[in-house]
Write a protein that binds this ligand. Structure first.
Ligand code: AP5
Ligand code: ZN
Length: 217
């Protein structure tokens, strides 16, 4: 299956993607995680991306699309993938369509995670991620690590993301409404959107997502 996950910052895309990718045996491709890995390795791409991410703005399309394309062309993505955080505006969605069309492929579904803004703010304020791998995600009250400040998965140090400050989160939400939400209508026109509530326990949201994806088939 080829799936796009969409939802505001802090909706739980990364959290759900980890379970859904495992259940569906497809790789989880997160452009945010790919940028953060580049930042850790201090690559040129990482330096460029950080300057935009710290302001809560989108990284320019050209580099983002090239990075996503490169990842989607890896052998493990041949039979499907779960995209998290890409596409993030209509031009990225059009580029993805072109990319898939040229390979004779298409998307199966766009899973839209709905969460009220006040819940998103609580989720982001308490989020802690691992220095070794930004896909290891915790929350101080909703998903507390066994030992404070230490990753349950790999023992790495947990920290708060630089772009999780109140001011940057406000900007990221504004960017989501103005630039990312329009892709929902773009995909609705293709009959691909399945919307679910992302409120409640993590496992309940996963069950709801799996059911919606099966229904959408
Ligand atoms: P990215 O990393 O994609 O961030 P985002 O979309 O803002 O999403 P988040 O990672 O903040 O949240 P999430 O929905 O994954 O939630 P999570 O599972 O962590 O992008 C960051 C930046 O990179 C962008 O601002 C941009 O600059 C750049 N970028 C990335 N892609 C780009 C693109 N395509 N084009 C251009 N620029 C791009 O959950 C949040 C918290 O809630 C966690 O603590 C979690 O434990 C908790 N939680 C999750 N589910 C639940 C639940 N059901 N109940 C209670 N708590 C929960
Ligand atoms: Zn870790």
């Amino acid at each position: 299956m080829r799936i796009v996950l969409v939802g505001p910052p802090g909706a739980g895309k990364g959290t759900q993607a980890a379970f859904l990718a495992k259940n569906l045996s497809i790789p989880h491709i997160s452009t945010g995680d790919l940028f953060r890995a580049n930042i850790s390795k201090q690559t040129e791409l990482g330096k460029l991306a950080k300057s935009y991410m710290d302001r809560g703005e989108l990284v320019p399309d050209e580099v983002t699309i090239a990075m996503a394309k490169d990842r989607m062309e890896q052998p493990d993505a041949e039979n499907g993938f779960l995209l998290d955080g890409f596409p993030r505006n209509v031009s990225q969605a059009e580029a993805l369509d072109e990319m898939l069309k040229s390979e004779g492929m298409k998307l199966d579904a766009v899973l839209d995670l709905e969460v009220p803004e006040e819940e998103v703010v609580k989720r982001i304020a308490g989020r802690r991620i691992c220095r070794n791998d930004s896909s290891h995600v915790f929350h101080v009250s909703y998903k507390a690590p066994k030992q404070e400040g230490v990753c349950d998965v790999c023992g790495g140090e947990l920290y708060q993301r630089d772009d999780d400050s109140e001011e940057t989160v406000r900007k990221r939400l504004e960017v989501y409404h103005t630039q990312t939400e329009p892709i929902i209508d773009y995909y609705k026109a293709q009959g691909l959107v399945v919307t679910i509530s992302a409120l409640g326990k993590v496992e309940d949201v996963t069950a709801r997502s799996m059911e919606a994806l099966q229904r959408g088939e």
